[in-house]
Each structure stands twice: as structure tokens, then as C-alpha cells.
Design a protein around this ligand. Structure first.
Ligand code: BTN
Length: 326
């Protein structure tokens, strides 16, 4: 934990009671002057911190920026995801940054956020719009002991975590569209891009990328997409606190990942099925050059979709572009 993480954590715990400079200096093992210097630095980043002789330091408000120390100080004890957090102002894609960390041998659990991505990508080679400070654009490095066929479990776990966090943070009723879209009132608000590096029988690592449209307004989307996409701000009519939502998502994700690792995927699959509006519907799925029509029946034990085709066969589908019939 860095000094700033410890200071922010102490300020959060003390809340309106405040925490004294002497107390902080003793707890952190640094001089009172050094505590003051760190407080000044945090203020320069936009943290509103009151200093009074009676109450000591009190955290009054936090800025709408993603700050690794702040996110770490807000997280509870994390088993894996969020043990390390890195925030960049702008790079190409968080999936690229995490892929590089994976190749450098970094431990699983690291999370990389970017305030903006210049080459954010979605599934099937699509572009992912990632304007500065309007959303949560992040990726997580995972090294689960799974077979490549079971890697879909990670996408399902990410979808349930996102679904839960969005509901808890905004009260909005989201729905899941197979395989990995989160929709609100039929419009996409978040997506998941799972990129896999694997040997024939085992996963080497997974880069789990997640994009959540938090504070985008209609003008942030290209006109041709406006009917299909939305943001939490558009849906609630209120600007949302990105860092608080990020913390909630990481906590839910850590919990869900622990379930997958413990072989308890079934509980997640049940939750996913409960909120997935694709199931029971007639769909057309484009898988590469192939178009398959049928009824989406259920998930299998690895998170793949079981589709009853118009000829009565059950097909196992692990990815593709889904169109749900109205
Ligand atoms: C999709 O729905 O098509 C998946 C979208 C995934 C977007 C996220 S944003 C963070 C991460 N970095 C990327 O370039 N893409 C994912």
C-alpha cells in the first residue's frame, strides 16, 4: 500500500470525525510535515480535504478522476482482482496494456484503467468508443487453471458481476444479452471483450476487458449508433460517480472469479440465466461466415449457449453476433 492509499483509507474510515495529523504521522511512520505534503498533493488532484485544529483532516469530496491509490483505498480485501491497479490517462486499448503485462509475467489480478482509449476495440473487430472521463474502460489479467473450452465461464462471471454492480449502484434493471452485452431498456450500456492465450489443453492467460458507458451523453455516440446504445447517465438522468462504480464492479468480479476458480460456476450460470433475456427467444447467430437460426435454450456447464436449431438439433455456440427476433 502506498502512503496515499493509507491516507485516503484512514480519511474514509474516520469519515466526518476526521483524523488527526499526529495520529496519521504515527500510523504511517512519517513526519507531520510529510503528512501535510501528501495532503497538499491530494488536494492538487482535486480531493477536497478540510484541515481543522479540532477535527484534524476530513475528506469532504473526491474528484471525478480515476486514481489508483483512491481505488485501492476504497476496495475491501480482494482475493485476486484489484490487488494491483494502474491508471493511465490515455493509451491505445487497456487490453493491449494488460496483454503486455501478461507477457512480462505479471501476476494475475492486476487491473488497468484508462481515462481514454484511442483504439478501444469491441468484439468482432468493432471499434469501441472510449471518450475521456466518460466511462470505465479497463482490463484485468487472469491466469485461471481452465481448459480453453471453459474460458467462456470467465465472460459469464464478468457479465453477472457487471449486472449486479450496475444494479446496486444505480438501481437500474439491466439485462444480459448473450454472450456478453449488458443492456438497459434494450440498449447496450456495457460490453466485455475476453481475449485468450492458450495451449491446446490449458489457458495461459486471459485479458478480460470491460467497457461501461457511464457518463456519456447522446452527442458522444455516432448518430448511427444512438438507437442501440445508452449510458448510465442517460438512463438515470444523473451524472454517476465513476470511481464508486469501479470499486463495486471490481468487488463483484473478485467474488465471481473466486466462484469460477473454486469450481462453483453453476451458481453463476443460474444467476446469469435468470437475467439473460436472450434465453427462450428466437435468434439468428452469425458465427464467421455461418448463419444459424434457432431458439436460445440454456447455458452449458462451460458457459456456452445451447441453441435448438430449426432442424431440432442442439448446437453449442461459444461466440458470434446475435440478433434477437422481436
Ligand atoms: C463488446 O461489447 O464488443 C466488447 C467491448 C469491450 C470494450 C472494453 S473497453 C476496455 C477494454 N479495452 C478495449 O479495447 N476493449 C475493452
Amino acid at each position: 500500500m502506498t502512503i496515499d492509499t493509507k491516507i485516503l483509507s484512514a480519511l474514509r474510515t474516520a469519515a466526518s470525525n476526521g483524523v488527526g495529523g499526529a495520529e496519521l504521522s504515527q500510523e504511517l511512520g512519517i513526519s507531520r510535515a510529510a503528512v501535510w505534503a501528501r495532503i497538499e498533493e491530494l488536494r492538487s488532484l482535486g480531493y477536497e480535504i478540510e484541515a481543522s485544529p479540532h477535527n484534524g483532516y476530513r475528506l469532504l469530496s473526491v474528484p471525478d478522476v480515476l486514481h489508483a491509490d483512491d481505488l485501492l483505498s476504497s476496495l475491501g480485501h480482494m482475493k485476486v482482482i484489484g490487488r494491483d491497479i494502474q491508471v493511465f490517462e490515455e493509451t491505445t486499448s487497456t487490453n493491449d496494456v494488460v496483454e503486455k503485462l501478461a507477457r512480462d509475467g505479471v501476476k494475475e489480478g492486476v487491473v488497468v484503467f484508462e481515462e481514454a482509449q484511442t483504439k478501444g476495440r469491441g468484439r468482432l473487430g468493432r471499434k469501441w468508443i472510449s471518450p475521456p472521463r466518460k466511462g470505465l474502460w479497463f482490463s484485468v489479467l487472469l491466469r485461471p487453471q481452465l481448459s480453453p473450452l471453459a474460458a467462456t465461464q470467465i465472460t459469464v462471471a464478468a457479465a453477472t458481476a457487471l449486472f449486479r454492480a450496475i444494479h446496486a449502484h444505480t438501481g437500474l434493471d439491466a439485462e444480459i444479452k448473450w454472450p456478453n452485452d449488458i443492456l438497459i431498456r434494450g440498449r447496450k450500456v456495457a460490453g466485455i471483450l475476453t481475449e485468450l492465450s492458450a495451449e491446446p489443453d490449458k489457458v495461459k492467460h486471459i485479458v478480460l476487458g470491460m467497457g461501461v458507458g457511464v457518463n456519456l451523453v447522446a452527442g458522444d455516440f455516432p448518430p448511427e449508433l444512438r438507437k442501440q446504445v445508452t449510458s448510465l447517465r442517460i438512463e438515470t438522468g444523473q451524472k454517476q460517480h465513476r470511481a464508486e462504480l469501479a470499486v463495486r464492479i471490481l468487488e463483484e468480479l473478485d467474488r465471481d472469479y473466486a466462484c469460477v476458480v473454486a469450481g462453483e460456476f453453476e451458481a453463476l450460470a443460474d444467476e446469469w440465466e435468470e437475467h439473460c433475456t436472450t434465453l427462450g427467444r428466437r435468434v439468428t447467430i452469425q458465427v464467421g461466415g455461418r448463419r444459424i437460426e434457432g431458439t436460445a435454450e440454456s447455458l452449458d456447464a462451460d458457459g456456452a449457449l445451447l441453441l435448438r436449431t430449426q432442424h431440432g438439433h442442439l448446437e453449442r455456440i461459444i461466440g458470434g453476433d446475435v440478433t434477437v427476433e422481436k
